[in-house]
Design a protein around this ligand. Structure first.
Ligand code: AMP
Ligand code: MG
Length: 492
C-alpha cells in the first residue's frame, strides 16, 4: 500500500498492510518526553542512496519519537508465534516494535523501517514496550559489526534517546532503535499464519514473501518447495558465516530467524574471545542449546518448523509432501559443511586444499581450544605472518610454547605462497570483532555518564574491521582476566 509522501519523508509504503488482517495490528507509537537523536548512521543511508535531511529534521525526530500529531504513516505491529527454546508459544508478535513502512533505495529495493522500544502494542502482554539505551547501543554495535564483516544482517539506522526512564533491574535511560531490514518476516510469522488453520492465510504470506523477496521462484513448478530450498541455502550460508567469525546468536528461537536470512534480534549474543566450540553466552541458555557448535543443528530444527507450515500448500498427498520437504531439509548440513570448510581453509591461508589441509584444519581447531587461544587474534596474527611479521605475537598466544613452535612448523609446510591467498586470508580474518568487554565499556560510559565517544570510536572501527590504525589498535585486544564477560543477559 502506498502512503502519501508527507514532509519529504523517505518512508513511502506500508506493504505489510497487504497481508491478511490477522497478521498485524495497527498500533500508535508512544510519545517520548524529551527525544534527542543520539546517532544517525549516515553511512548506511548513503549505501541506500537516501538523503539524511528528513532524519535530521525536527519533523523526522518527532515522527520517530512518537510525538508527531500528523504522522507520516500508520504503523503496524506484526503478529508471530515461536518456539522459544523448543517450547511452543502461539502468540508473540512485536511487543515493543512498530513497523513504520518502507523506503526505496536508489536501486529500487524496499527497505523496512522499524522502531524498536517505541511503546506497547497489541502483543505486549506484560511488557512495557520499551527498550533500554544499553540494549539499543548493543544492538547497534553488534549489527553494524556484522555488516562490516559482510554478513547479512538487519541494520541500525539511528538511535533516539527518549528522555524517559525504563524500569529494569534498576532504573535506566530509555531509547528507540531505528532498525532497517529487507524484511521483518520470521519463521515464527509462518508459524503464526499456519496456526490460524486457514490455508488462505499461509498461502498469502508465502506468496507475499515470494513476490517481494524471491520473485524468480514465481514461475517455478512447485514454488513453495523452491522457497524452502532457497531459505535453506541462505540459512546454511549465514550460520557458516557466523561460525567463521566466532559469533553465537544466543537465542535462535524460530521467532528470531528471518525468512530472508539476515541476522535478526541481537539479544544475548556475542562474538567469542577464547575459542571453545561449545561456548554459550546467554544467561538463559542453561543446556547449551544455542552453543557455537550447535547452531547448524538448530537451524535445521527451525527450518523443519518452517517446512511444516508449507506442507498444506503443496500439490501432493501429505506423505509424498513430507518426503519432498525432508529431502530439501537434508540439503542443509552438506551445504553448511561446505561453506564452513571452505571458509576455514581460507582462514588458515590454504590454497587448492587437499585432504592433508582439511585434517590439519580440524586438528588445529582442537589445538586452539586446548591451548585456550583467542580465536580472532590467532587468525589475525597468522594473517600478519603472511606479510612477513615476526612469529612472536602468535607464539605468545599458546599456553605451551613448544606446541606453538611445532604447530607453526607444520603450518609453514602446508601453506601456500600464492599472492591471491594473502588477500583472501585477510578478508577471512578480521582484526576487529565486537568484543563483549569493549561493548560493555562503551555502554557503561554512555549510560552512566552520557559519554558516547567510546561508542562512536568503536562503531567506526567495527564498520571497517579489516584495517587497523594506531588510533584503534586497542580494540584488537581480548579482555584481561578481570574484564572477561562470561554471560550476556536478555537485558531488554
Ligand atoms: P526477544 O527476546 O526480543 O526476541 O522478544 C521475545 C518477545 O518478547 C517478542 O514478542 C517481543 O516483542 C517481546 N518483548 C521483549 N521485550 C519486551 C518489552 N519490553 N515489552 C513488551 N514486549 C517485549
Ligand atoms: Mg525476537
Amino acid at each position: 500500500m502506498d502512503i502519501p509522501i508527507l514532509n519529504d519523508s523517505p518512508i513511502t509504503q506500508q506493504r505489510y498492510r497487504d497481508l491478511p488482517i490477522t497478521m498485524f495490528s495497527e498500533s500508535n507509537i508512544a510519545a517520548s518526553s524529551a527525544p534527542s537523536l543520539i546517532v544517525l548512521n549516515e553511512k548506511l543511508l548513503s549505501e541506500y542512496g537516501i538523503g539524511s535531511d528528513w532524519f535530521k529534521s525536527e519533523k523526522g525526530l518527532m515522527t520517530l519519537a512518537g510525538n508527531d500529531a500528523d504522522p507520516i504513516s500508520s504503523p503496524v505491529a506484526m503478529a508471530y508465534s515461536g518456539h522459544q527454546f523448543a517450547h511452543w508459544v502461539p502468540l508473540l508478535g512485536d511487543g515493543r516494535a512498530h513497523m513504520l513502512g518502507q523506503m526505496k533505495s536508489n536501486v529500487g529495493s524496499l527497505i523496512d523501517v522499524q522502531l524498536k522500544g517505541s511503546g506497547r502494542t497489541h502483543y505486549s502482554r506484560g511488557g512495557d514496550g520499551r527498550a533500554t539505551l544499553g540494549s539499543v547501543l548493543r544492538e547497534y554495535l553488534i549489527s553494524e559489526a556484522m555488516a562490516g564483516l559482510g554478513i547479512p544482517t538487519t541494520r541500525s539506522l539511528a538511535i533516539i534517546k527518549t528522555g524517559d526512564t525504563v524500569q529494569r533491574e534498576k532504573i535506566t535511560p530509555g531509547a528507540i532503535l531505528v532498525r532497517t531490514a529487507s524484511s521483518h518476516i520470521r519463521v515464527g510469522t509462518f508459524q503464526y499464519a499456519s496456526d490460524t488453520q486457514e490455508i488462505s492465510v499461509i498461502k498469502a504470506l508465502a506468496d507475499f514473501v515470494i513476490n517481494h523477496h524471491f520473485p524468480e521462484l514465481e514461475q517455478h513448478n512447485d514454488k513453495y518447495v523452491a522457497l524452502l530450498s532457497e531459505v535453506i541455502n541462505q540459512q546454511a550460508e549465514l550460520v557458516a558465516q557466523w561460525m567463521l567469525v566466532g559469533f553465537i546468536h544466543g537465542v535462535m528461537n524460530t521467532d528470531n530467524m528471518s525468512i530472508v536470512s539476515e541476522t535478526i534480534d541481537y539479544g544475548p549474543c556475542a562474538f567469542m574471545d577464547t575459542f571453545k566450540p561449545n561456548r554459550v553466552f546467554s544467561s538463559i541458555d542453561r543446556n547449551g542449546r544455542y552453543a557455537w557448535d550447535q547452531q547448524a543443528n538448530i537451524a535445521v530444527w527451525n527450518l523443519s518448523r518452517l517446512a511444516e507450515t508449507l506442507l498444506p500448500l503443496l500439490d501432493l498427498e501429505t506423505e509424498s509432501g513430507v518426503k519432498v520437504l525432508e529431502e530439501q531439509l537434508a540439503e542443509f548440513i552438506p551445504k553448511f559443511n561446505f561453506t564452513l570448510r571452505q571458509g576455514m581453509l581460507k582462514k588458515f591461508g590454504f590454497y587448492q586444499p587437499a585432504d592433508k589441509h582439511l585434517e590439519f584444519t580440524s586438528d588445529s581447531l582442537t589445538m586452539l581450544s586446548e591451548q585456550k587461544i583467542d580465536f580472532t587474534l590467532f587468525f589475525n596474527y597468522l594473517t600478519n605472518l603472511q606479510k612477513g611479521d615476526d612469529d612472536e605475537p602468535l607464539l605468545e598466544l599458546f599456553t605451551e610454547r613448544d606446541k606453538g613452535i611445532a604447530w607453526l612448523n607444520k603450518w609453514r609446510h602446508l601453506k601456500s605462497d600464492n599472492p591471491e591467498i594473502r588477500i583472501a586470508m585477510r578478508r577471512a580474518n578480521p582484526v576487529f570483532i565486537a568484543r563483549n568487554h569493549q561493548v560493555e565499556k562503551a555502554i557503561r560510559a554512555a549510560e552512566d555518564n552520557g559519554d558516547f565517544s567510546l561508542f562512536k570510536r568503536l562503531a567506526k572501527s567495527l564498520a571497517n574491521p579489516f584495517e587497523v590504525s594506531p588510533d584503534n589498535e586497542e580494540f584488537q585486544s581480548p579482555p584481561l582476566p578481570e574484564e572477561i564477560v562470561t554471560q550476556t543477559f536478555c537485558g531488554t
